[in-house]
Design a binder for this molecule. Sequence first.
Ligand SMILES: [Zn+2]
Length: 674
Amino acid sequence: MFRIRRIYDDTLPLNRDTLKQVKAILRTRFSSIPEEEIEGLGDRLRNPFRSRFRSILLAAENMRGRVLGFALLLHEPEMEFCYLDWIATLKGGTGGGIGGALYEGVRREASVLKAEGLFFECLPDDETLCGDQALLKENRARLRFYERYGARPIVRTAYETPVKEGDTCMPHLVYDGLDRTRRPGAHFMKQVVRAILERKYEEYCPPEYVEKVVESFTDSPIVLREFRYVRPQAVRSKVEGSAVERIALVMNDHHGVHHVHERGYVESPVRIKSITEELEKSGLFDPLPTKSFSDRYLYSVHDRDFCVWLKKACIGTAEGKSLYPYVFPIRNKTRPPRELSVLAGYYCIDTFTPINNRAYPAARRAVDCALTAARWLVGGGRIAYALVRPPGHHAERRSFGGFCYFNNSAAAANYLSAYGRVAILDIDYHHGNGQQDIFYRRSDVLTVSIHGNPRFAYPYFSGFSEERGEGDGEGFNLNLPLPEQMDGEKYRAALGRALRRIEVFEPDFLVVALGLDTAKSDPTGTWSLRARDYEQNGRMIGALGLPVAVIQEGGYRTRTLGVNARNFFSGLASSASKAVKRRRVSRDRIEGLAFRNNLKEADVKRIRALVEKTGFFRPGENAVAEEVAAERISRDVESGYSFILVNNMGACWVTYATVPSPAPTRRTIFTGSP
Ligand SMILES: [Zn+2]
């Protein structure tokens, strides 16, 4: 068993490990490749400007993460052609169809990119061109393999001309037209050949040589060699498999036990059934088994006391009985009562979310599902959907309510925050007060919520636009409260605003708290979004091109719930596939650094900490750094100080420099890095 995985860059630990194994294969299989080129592979993935080709790495891995083979595909986005640079399997291990699966993966990628064909080099299978018998045998096997797809060497050109005297075994340029029936003409081919020779063999091929080979491409369309190994009728040129992004589906296998039978309790097991029935029709989903995570992950987003009480209270409630909070600490929160049932009001924000012995196992398993989805992204997956109930986005650090017990979306976001910057987009009809509360003082997790204005909508006491975050988190919470009547078009205007804020934040991961109670006739909402609106919303979110964990929140009109979910995901998957392909990476991101020169209150303490870490200054001098920063904030340019803040991959501040302005007497006072 193996899977083909696309590696976009080497920023995640798992991808770094994959890349290490790929490099090892390169070293053993292609001894002539200079070490520099092998070591520069990660950089090539991250930086498309360097080689003027965008590199796409496909790795074939077994279930233990061992790399069995890989292919490196280069994409030329202006001329729109693809060039297969390397394809290799572990030495001695071409069995199990790994080479074939990789080549089919390459063809799929090239086809999605709408490439005008796939080109690559292959050593000759003619005795006149290559004298080495062993090599000849290998070359024949290779060309036979490619012929099965209709791919053959381009003939009647000077591509095989030796560069230096004594060069033998010069490679053919092979063309695979993929699904296309029309072959390219001379004009296009001249550009392609020039790009290959100049960019790939810059050191090796002198300009006169390049000119000579380029000019030899005069046939329009190009002529391919006659079939030598395969009967033309046996060729399978069709590109196999779907190129749309697949979605890993994590289901809460324990959700059914949590079934509150009281009248009007709309958060019921049938919700999940109505969604899965529709998802199955889409063919977009691959099931992903739920992994169990330790309580440590729960305690990182919730107070331990609250979690321990919830478990005890739930398990202690008699079978079939539900306990509803009935007394609330409006006047004094500092003296929690001892009685478990009275404590329900101490920890709950409303009177309709019951404690019972089924709620805890279901809620705890939902957290595992959300974490499994997050973990999938860290492993290089692009889209995961945790289809869970009970929902979680109303659960705060030390309280539950609104049918929610533990905050699944927050747990996923916090897990991901160890690997990069995270944005949570809550698109439930109700305010995502839970995530807001949990991340209110953090700047590494951006929380955005679009919801019915709390003046008329649950949870009533939060979700106002002036709630923007505090301390380090100031400016990292965005609430977009909307009017009582909304249609799809008005909603998209708000969604556009939310997405622009997320783009500015430049996250590495996105968590979507997916509530479908924004739909027309939902019993808990007042808006009127229709099935086609969900498709468009999904498209807009997918266009960010980010790895995304979608966590199910609300949505209670079971008649349309499934169709709306299916539409959302088909929009998300189709636009995510496109976005990843055309992902324009900014310079800042490529270099891993972002710069800014406006100081914020939170920077003052950071600067002091960084200066202390340098160890160059005495304690008194460290305090000066803090004072200078504060002065810059209060007096701006008048202070005479200016700062440059450098942020490394959004994760930590690495360097601070302050220079007295104005120029020309600029002088660095200090720099610091952790
Ligand atoms: Zn809701």
